[in-house]
Design a binder for this molecule. Structure first.
Ligand SMILES: Cc1cc2nc3c(=O)[nH]c(=O)nc-3n(C[C@H](O)[C@H](O)[C@H](O)COP(=O)(O)O)c2cc1C
Length: 217
């Protein structure tokens, strides 16, 4: 797939088929993804790939924690956001909510519980970062994450980034035996998309590029 096409086509998928992903494919995606740049070529990322019954076991733990703590998906901002950001979030919420309502579900329940369940994907890739690194190395994690999302498409796979898991890091640590010395930075639900689910027709919009640019020359 051509790069520009892959970038335009990528979107978060929130309904997956159960078919397992062969280990060689997951390995190959990461083999390419680690060509991502990183500061001083530190390559600070660590991947934990959780599949099959173990992925379901992790989700059961996450769902239990979510039902107890009720920490939801949120932008995690420190101050109230300016109107432009609220509008973007609200627009996406409105159109996604239409599909969720058609499924007879509530938005919060669907997104939060769905995220804990990695939307039924057969595998989840967790990206960890050793605490020895500065918070700036999250930039490197973000770049490798972007590579993974794009590469997945090359293999006919789809993804949804799952940031919610950071609220339940302790539970993840316990299930996957991750030491306190590492952060669970982000997770990616990965699998074959269930294109019969109308939810997967949803695509978020973007503002005009000029909205984001200030030219200085
Ligand atoms: C850092 C990050 C965290 C995210 N966390 C979640 C999440 O926990 N649950 C979820 O359903 N989507 C999550 N998403 C997906 C975003 O909602 C999605 O990328 C955004 O709405 C744009 O849509 P698109 O990916 O289809 O272009 C996350 C995306 C990013 C980049």
């Amino acid at each position: 797939m051509e790069l520009k096409e892959a970038i335009k086509k990528r979107k978060s998928i929130r309904a997956f088929r159960e078919d397992p992903i062969p280990r060689e494919i997951l390995r190959e995606i990461l083999e390419y993804a680690i060509n991502a740049p990183s500061a001083i070529n530190l390559q600070p990322w660590e991947f934990i790939i959780v599949s099959g019954e173990e992925r379901k076991r992790l989700s059961r733990k996450l769902l239990k924690a979510y039902r107890e703590k009720k920490i939801s998906c949120s932008p995690g901002n420190v101050k109230p956001l300016p109107e432009v950001f609220l509008r973007r979030g609200y627009d996406s919420f409105l159109s996604l909510n239409g599909y969720i309502k058609d499924m007879g579900k509530e938005f919060d329940e669907f997104i939060n519980e769905g995220s804990c369940d990695f939307y039924g994907a057969p595998s989840a890739i967790l990206i960890c970062l050793d605490n020895a690194f500065s918070y700036r190395r999250f930039l490197d994690i973000g770049i490798v994450l972007g590579y993974i999302l794009l590469l997945a498409q090359e293999f006919g796979l789809a993804t949804c980034t799952i940031g919610l898991i950071s609220a339940y890091e302790d539970e993840i640590r316990e299930v996957l035996n991750i030491p306190e010395s590492k952060k669970v930075a982000i997770a990616v639900a990965i699998g074959y998309p269930d294109m019969e689910n109308p939810l997967n027709n949803f695509k978020t919009q973007r503002d005009e590029v000029d909205m984001f640019i200030r030219w200085v020359d």
